[in-house]
Design a protein around this ligand. Structure first.
Ligand SMILES: NC(=O)c1ccc[n+]([C@@H]2O[C@H](COP(=O)([O-])OP(=O)(O)OC[C@H]3O[C@@H](n4cnc5c(N)ncnc54)[C@H](OP(=O)(O)O)[C@@H]3O)[C@@H](O)[C@H]2O)c1
Length: 260
């Protein structure tokens, strides 16, 4: 595990793993978790410099962090990441399942389901032995995926929506087992987020779909979405709950979908 050694604190710090925290929403979640009583483990796939700069930001804010490289579709890399957390901290208090993909240029057709469903499940199973009563898992998703297939999405986004929805379903199916361990599961879903890479890709491929979302209301910001995710990580009463950010028309039309 890279980054700077855990600083001694009066109490045992809370250990939070945020996947895909080298940039975008995951990086902002990690920064908002900056706190002397929390150690944030920044997972990334390849953008090491960015991950280290998030670690530095957290330390500047008085928090603790380290960075760990692991492609979540690589089961050996995930096992090694979890083994590192086990040997350094002995436990995991919260897991934010943020990393996601499938729109990357050249990605093979099975990549979206391998990352957005299979890898989320594999990481959850691997992390569970380190999680004890009161720990929580937060799955991060988009309205376009959460409400799929009830609401149409741009053609290019179908594999992402399908695979992220499949990931959410699989985690919800696992909820009885998580509850046996005393581990809560919460979902945080957002409309398209302004200024992100995903919006830029969608705007290039299907400008009408983004314009249609903007026509309803200003799109949520990275900071607003991250704040809702941090609230879910910090709250003990969100087990089984879905928090919605932006896109009020999505919510009112299909408010019951995905609730457990
Ligand atoms: N952007 C939006 O408009 C929007 C809206 C609603 C919900 N969301 C959700 O918010 C989450 C984050 O989205 P984002 O826009 O911030 O994404 P992003 O900017 O594309 O960042 C993706 C992050 O995931 C990491 N990652 C990608 N593939 C990985 C893999 N195989 N293994 C480990 N890490 C991997 C990347 O690491 P590297 O930097 O090392 O490549 C990066 O840190 C996703 O779950 C997404 O569905 C996004």
């Amino acid at each position: 595990m890279e980054g700077l050694a855990l600083q001694p604190t009066a109490h045992e710090p809370r250990i939070v793993l945020v996947t895909g925290a080298s940039r975008g929403i995951g990086a902002e979640v990690a920064r908002q978790l900056s706190d002397p009583g929390t150690h944030v483990v920044i997972n990334y796939r390849e953008k090491r410099k960015r991950a280290i700069s998030v670690v530095d930001d957290i330390r500047r804010r008085g928090g603790h962090a380290s960075a760990v490289q692991a492609d979540l579709t690589d089961t050996a890399a995930v096992a090694s990441m979890i083994a590192g957390i086990a040997s350094q901290f002995g436990r995991l208090d919260a897991l934010a399942l943020n990393a996601s993909g499938g729109l990357e240029r050249g990605a093979d057709p099975s990549y979206a389901i391998r990352l957005n469903r299979d890898a989320q499940l594999n990481l959850t199973h691997s992390a569970l032995p380190l999680m004890t009563t009161g720990a929580r898992i937060v799955f991060i998703t988009s309205h376009q995926a959460h409400f799929y297939p009830e609401k149409p999405v741009p053609d290019d986004y179908v594999p992402i929506a399908q695979s992220k929805r499949a990931g959410e379903n699989a985690l919800r199916d696992l909820q009885p087992r998580l509850s046996q361990h005393g581990v809560g599961l919460a979902v945080v879903s957002s409309d398209m987020i302004d200024g992100t890479i995903i919006i830029r890709l969608l705007e290039r491929r299907d400008p009408a779909s983004v314009a249609a979302r903007r026509a309803h209301a200003p799109l949520p910001t990275v900071e607003e979405f991250a704040a809702a995710i941090v609230t879910a990580i910090n709250s003990s009463d969100q087990n089984g709950r879905t928090t919605y950010v932006g896109g009020a028309d999505y919510r009112t039309a299909t408010a019951q979908i995905g609730q457990v």
